[in-house]
Ligand binder design. Structure first.
Ligand code: HEC
Length: 398
């Protein structure tokens, strides 16, 4: 007679057999799949949790982080074949996506730390953890993808084009057209984009400052073109990946300060948001509207480059023998910007600002007249700040 112990293990064994032979295949019909064995799952799990691995973003419970990182637990992106996931992990992905109907607009860098076997284990784990039921991935599949996939980061459009969703998952997943609210994230570090901006020469920068002040600085004209905060930052990555064939950054901002310019009338700026264009447009390629005038200097300014100071660009131009630098930060209360200038050698000069109803303008030194002319003495010019504050900041109505 078997004793109690043996009975219970006999029972377990037969239950297990029963479960395996009858219930599980029933549950899984019509799709027959075999789950990965424990060793594969535990190796995959360890790799998923390794420093700098998936866990850093998608979290231990696979739920991601609301609003910024999509979930892997229960993700429709993981259903069907694993080739799309392999591509995302090997090459990265950026752009607006929906996962199970929720929107994300972020970027996943390619996972370069792991060899083919490790990636196969991690994806197998992700496909079968937290109740997911996806395919196992082999080292060979990853190796082949690594060899054959294009060497570039996928956009949300290119990934779905290359690896379409099955019909039933199409609606709730894939790329979407962002509205500018999607871009109204909190900027914590300066972001510097070199891109085609509306209303600027082709050598423009778009910069986002901590405090969510944004500006366009035009290297072609050696000057600040405009500053805005309403409407969010540009849709930068559409320019970088040029997935839509439009070279001009999509821009929905409302500048609260604009440079006086030679060909664009102030009212033209109200159509800056009209970026359904395929060519950049700008007022002039020559810096004839340079704001600094120095007596006896007839030359046009020349752009000499920029350097980053704590991530903030400091632009350098020369006007004759004078070197002028400009560095822009948000004001402490984030309601405007502070433009810090140096002039060397220092010299008496006038600086032309554009008075506007929408902003108040002050200077740390010199005399600023109503028409926007700032007069600086030689000693004032060495180092001065111009502060521009938006009078009617975003979200606050008059
Ligand atoms: C640095 C953060 C980060 C890391 C590390 C990371 N991801 Fe992602 N992942 C993201 C972001 C952000 C997205 C969404 C990208 C977008 O918005 O276009 C994403 C999207 C995905 C998607 C498609 C959408 C979804 O939720 O199903 C899959 C699959 C995925 N990641 C798998 C992985 C796997 C597997 C690893 C580890 C090998 C990993 N990721 C590592 C940030 C990360």
């Amino acid at each position: 007679m078997p004793n109690d112990m043996e009975w219970s293990s006999l029972f377990e064994t037969s239950m297990r057999k029963f479960l395996c032979l009858s219930i599980i295949p029933l549950l899984l019909t019509p799709v027959l799949r075999s789950a990965p064995d424990e060793e594969v799952m535990s190796r995959g799990k360890a790799l998923y949790h390794a420093a700098g691995s998936c866990v850093a973003c998608h979290m231990a419970d696979g739920k991601g982080q609301p609003g910024s990182i999509p979930p892997l637990a229960g993700s429709d992106w993981l259903k069907g074949k694993a080739d799309r996931t392999i591509a995302i992990v090997l090459r990265g992905m950026t752009g607006p996506i929906k996962v199970n109907g929720k929107r994300f607009y972020s970027a996943m860098p390619p996972q370069l730390l792991f060899d083919d076997e490790k990636i196969a284990l991690m994806i197998t784990y992700v496909n079968n953890a937290w109740g997911n039921q996806g395919p196992m991935v082999t080292t060979e599949e990853v190796a082949e993808a690594r060899e054959t996939l294009p060497m570039e980061v996928y956009t949300s459009h290119s990934i779905v084009k290359a690896f379409p969703f099955e019909k039933e998952f199409q609606k709730k997943n894939g790329p979407y057209k962002p509205n500018f609210d999607d871009l109204l994230t909190t900027v914590t570090e300066p972001i510097v984009y070199r891109t085609f901006m509306p209303g600027a020469s082709p050598a423009a920068f778009a910069i986002a400052l901590p405090g969510n002040q944004y500006y366009c600085w035009d290297a072609g004209e050696c000057r600040l073109q405009y500053v805005w905060t309403k409407g969010g930052f540009i849709r930068g990555n559409q320019v970088h990946w040029s997935s839509n064939g439009k070279p001009v950054a999509e821009f929905n901002g409302t500048p609260y300060y604009r440079a006086r310019s030679s060909q664009l009338a102030p009212e033209d700026y109200s159509s800056l948001g009209d970026t359904n264009r395929t060519t950049p447009f700008y007022d002039t390629t020559e810096a004839t509207d340079f704001p600094v005038k120095i007596k006896g200097v007839a030359e046009l300014p020349r752009y000499r480059g920029y350097r980053l100071i704590d991530g903030y660009p400091e632009f350098r131009s020369t006007l004759g023998r004078y070197t002028i630098t400009e560095l822009i930060k948000s004001t402490d209360d984030n309601l405007g910007i502070v433009r810090s200038f140096t002039v060397s050698p220092p010299t008496e000069l006038t600086f032309h600002l554009t008075p506007t109803e929408e902003a108040s303008i002050t200077s740390s030194s010199g005399e600023l007249s109503d028409d926007g002319t700032l007069r600086l003495s030689e000693s004032d010019s060495e180092n001065f700040q111009i502060t521009i504050i938006e009078k009617n900041p975003a979200g606050i109505t008059k």
